[in-house]
Design a protein. Structure first.
Length: 356
């Protein structure tokens, strides 16, 4: 019997707690996203605490929403196994659900802080991609979210993949498409694209986020059809035919993965990816035409509550802290001086009394 090459449990703390690679990888993904958001935020005058608070709110929200999204479409199974609903360490979270949770929680946090949602979401867009790029390796360790069957020679000789990936794609004696790798590499290319275009002056507010959705969804549309574990629903045949026709150029190299007819004929993530591509393009064009996208990505970031730019607010906060610290030091120095003068006066009085 085939045994997994990689143990999904990284280490154990006594007999009470198993720490899974899946959780470690997701943590690393969140940390990487935080670091690049903090670095970019400095250009606009935002401090690291702003993004750390956003992360502390966004990560739990995205994990909960991602799990609820997945469980909702697998309810036939989970209604009979309710104890497994919280077992996210075994996989089973949906990226689109995570995005819904992150964007919703982020919207309320950003508005409460007095900033434009679009401007902050643009800064965070590369963080989403690097998070997905790293996070997909959690699927690799768990041997999940893989594609249809392939020959071992395809992985070794056609794709020239290293042994540790090829061996992990051997699931119960059958080799599969490493769709986690396809998506991870697609996200890496997208990350480079976002890094390049965010320095271009033509980019309007909100458009880096839309570009992220368009890029990621194009890749997801084609990769999703290779998978064998897609969430699905039963839809009209014309819709299925449309999706198959759009995917048909891939048939020159790939075959679609198996989709259980009992679960449906439309892959939910594939349909959603198509809608996001179309919607993203329409939103960019419409916002520009109607004049809604007035700010550019590289414009100063203004807080609508104070009317000041984030950099000015940060300088004033820093100046206030310095003044407060200076006052504390002055008070301390003044107190010490007064005590010294008092002590000297006492000494002088004592000396005089002794002379008389």
């Amino acid at each position: 019997m085939f045994t997994m090459l990689l143990d999904p449990i990284a280490f154990s703390i006594g007999t009470l707690l198993d720490v899974h690679w899946y959780g470690i990888i997701l943590g690393a993904a969140a940390l990487a996203g935080l670091l690049i958001a903090v670095q970019e935020g400095k250009r606009f005058g935002l401090n690291a605490d702003f993004f750390l608070d956003l992360l502390l709110i966004g990560v739990p929200s995205s994990i909960i929403a991602a799990r609820l999204y997945y469980v909702a479409f697998k309810w036939d199974y989970y209604q009979d196994h309710p104890g497994e609903i919280i077992q996210i360490w075994n996989g089973g979270i949906a990226i689109y659900g995570a995005l819904i949770g992150a964007l919703l929680s982020g919207f309320f946090y950003i508005r409460a802080k007095g900033y434009s949602f679009w401007r902050i979401a643009d800064i965070c867009a590369p963080s989403l991609l690097i998070g997905q790029m790293i996070g997909r390796w959690g699927n690799f360790v768990n041997q999940e979210a893989y594609g249809g069957e392939v020959e071992e020679s395809f992985l070794r000789e056609t794709l020239h993949l290293p042994n540790f990936i090829v061996n992990q794609m051997n699931v119960q004696g059958v080799f599969h498409h490493p769709t986690f790798l396809y998506e991870s590499l697609w996200s890496l290319v997208g990350l480079i694209i976002l890094f390049v275009i965010r320095r271009r002056n033509f980019l309007k507010s909100g458009e880096l986020l839309f570009t992220y959705f368009i890029w990621y969804s194009i890749g997801r549309f084609f990769i999703e059809a290779l998978r064998t574990d897609s969430l699905a629903f039963k839809g009209p045949e014309w819709l299925k035919s449309t999706l198959d026709a759009l995917w048909s150029p891939m048939t020159a190299v790939f075959e679609q993965g198996y989709l259980n007819p009992a679960e449906g004929n439309i892959r939910i993530s594939q349909l959603l990816a198509l809608l996001l591509v179309i919607g993203g393009i329409i939103l960019i064009a419409t916002r520009r035409k109607l004049g809604y996208a007035t700010e550019k990505y590289n414009d100063p970031l203004v807080n609508f509550k104070t009317g000041k730019t984030a950099s000015v607010g940060r300088e004033e906060t820093g100046s206030s802290k310095n003044d407060a610290n200076g006052n504390k030091r002055n008070d301390a120095d003044g107190g010490a001086t007064n005590r010294k003068d008092s002590d000297e006066g006492s000494d002088s009085g004592n000396d005089g009394g002794g002379g008389d």
